[in-house]
Design a binder for this molecule. Structure first.
Ligand code: DC
Length: 221
């Protein structure tokens, strides 16, 4: 299997930004696994499928035709990049992600992304479940307040509406669900470098992550 770097962490910890910057620097492919759960949550809501209808959701996950192209996310050919970034889609994602059957269905799809020269994968269970043999594992964390602030800025910049107080509450609720679910809960995998990004800039986080990557894989420097 091609080399893999996993970046796990809670919502808004900056893992998406770090993963794509790292992939760009290394010339590797990048997997945003959260987008898969967001796509499924969004599609289920749109199709009126209940978040506990395991059979239909797993079937939908199997049938989804997903393409990541030039920073856009296409679902059956339709550009849904913005639609899946809303808090509503994030909450729907967190609910469907708690179902073992759904996670199992998405496993093969995710593992198939590990192609040469390498893959940077971000999510909640990349280092613990999807790529347990990854060469480098990172766990990015930050306080709920800081993460809500970041999400607030992102949403406003994208022209979407946002409310800081409800964002903090939603982030806490989502954390709780992601950390306490029975299957693949959010937690730092064994051997991961834990980086608390609350008081760090993106460049500072990237510097620490790169230092670990070059320490383990010196041939990449
Ligand atoms: O990273 P994100 O906010 O886009 O993820 C959306 C939801 O998807 C998140 O609340 C939990 C779920 N998720 C997951 O369970 N496992 C992953 N590997 C990635 C995301």
């Amino acid at each position: 299997m091609a080399p893999v770097i996993t970046i796990d962490g809670p919502s808004g910890s900056g893992k998406g930004t770090i993963a794509s910057r790292l992939a760009e620097i290394l010339g590797w492919r990048c997997l945003d696994s959260g987008a898969l759960y967001r796509l499924l949550g969004y599609s289920a809501e749109r199709a009126g499928i209940a978040f506990d209808d395991v059979k239909q959701l797993a079937q939908m996950a199997l049938k989804m035709n997903i393409e990541f192209r030039e920073g856009r996310v296409l679902l059956d050919g339709e550009d849904v990049s913005l639609a899946i970034r809303t808090e509503q889609a994030g909450n729907a994602a967190s609910k469907v992600a708690a179902l073992p059957e759904v996670r199992e269905t998405l496993l093969t799809w995710q593992r198939a992304c590990a192609v040469e020269p390498g893959l940077v994968a971000d999510g909640r269970d990349m280092g613990s479940v999807v790529f347990p043999a990854a060469e480098v594992k990172i766990f990015l964390d930050a306080s709920a307040e800081e993460r809500a602030q970041r999400r607030y800025k992102q949403l406003i910049e994208k022209g979407l509406s946002a409310n800081l107080t409800s964002l903090i509450a939603e982030i806490r609720e989502r954390d709780d669900r992601d950390r306490n679910r029975s299957v693949a809960p959010l937690k730092a995998p064994d051997g991961a470098l834990i980086v608390d990004s609350t008081a760090l800039s993106i460049d500072e986080v990237l510097k620490r992550v790169l230092a670990r990557v070059y320490q383990v894989l010196p041939e990449l420097e």
